[in-house]
Design a protein around this ligand. Structure first.
Ligand SMILES: Nc1ncnc2c1ncn2[C@@H]1O[C@H](COP(=O)(O)OP(=O)(O)O)[C@@H](O)[C@H]1O
Ligand SMILES: [Mg+2]
Length: 228
């Protein structure tokens, strides 16, 4: 598995605290899930990779530039229709108006929301809004999709639906790099688990191995607490 991203001694220090502490990591799997306790630095690591934060030290080395998009726990919806929210992202990428409309419709249909296309996005349920957010990024067909706890504020049914969509986006060839609180979801979606603890990489293993035989005490404790 050749790495599409090599992270070399990445660090982020805020107010004297090392939030990301000398992280070196090669990401080569198509579906990677980052796990770790609250405050371990998962969101910070993903934001660094997406370029939303500037590291204090170290470097990200991309094997080749990848088009990328990010989805957060709480989707940011523009004050307009679901469809216009999807069109917006496409317009920014320079698609022509008729192409935007066609792609946006198609993308909403793929997340099962074509019937809500004309609804104001902010009046949709949390799960529907997250699906609009996924339609928005899916329409752009990014080579890498980063998701930070995309189902953390959703009920189980919405969560399963969002998980299904993420799986489909992956099946269509997009690399997935995500965090989740839901270990069942991690197990189903991940090929590889990166476990981080206090800003450091504790282990990086194929998913089955991680759940059956975690190598570090930190991961063992984490699994015991999360899966009593
Ligand atoms: N801008 C910031 N300034 C200071 N501390 C921060 C900042 N952002 C995050 N932190 C701290 O860094 C740690 C890691 O945060 P985060 O990446 O959100 O963890 P996780 O997503 O694993 O829960 C936490 O202790 C958090 O309080
Ligand atoms: Mg987080």
């Amino acid at each position: 598995m050749s790495a599409w991203l090599t992270i070399d001694r990445l660090g982020l220090t805020e107010g004297g605290t090392r939030i990301i502490d000398d992280v070196s990591l090669a990401l080569g799997a198509q579906r990677t899930v980052v796990l770790g306790p609250n405050g371990a630095g998962k969101s910070t690591l993903l934001r660094l990779i997406h370029g939303l934060l500037h590291p204090s030290g170290g470097a990200l080395r991309w094997a080749q530039p990848l088009s990328q998009a990010m989805v957060f726990q709480r989707p940011v919806m523009l004050r307009t229709t679901a469809l216009a929210n999807v069109v917006y992202g496409l317009k920014l990428k320079g698609y022509k108006a008729n192409e935007c409309a066609r792609r946006a419709q198609e993308s909403l249909a793929r997340v099962g929301l074509e019937h809500l296309a004309r609804r104001p996005a902010r009046l949709l349920s949390g799960g529907e809004q997250q699906r609009v957010a996924l339609a928005r990024v899916w329409a752009l067909e990014p080579e890498l999709l980063i998701l930070d706890e995309p189902t953390a504020s959703l009920d189980p049914a919405s969560s399963r639906e969002v998980e299904r969509i993420i799986g489909e986006i992956a099946t269509n060839g997009t690399r997935i790099l995500m965090t989740t609180h839901n270990l069942g979801q991690a197990r189903r979606l991940a090929e590889e688990i990166v476990f981080i603890d206090r800003g450091r990489i504790a282990e990086q293993t194929p998913v089955t191995e991680f759940f059956n035989q975690p190598q570090t005490a930190a991961a063992q404790d984490f699994l015991q607490e999360e899966m009593p």
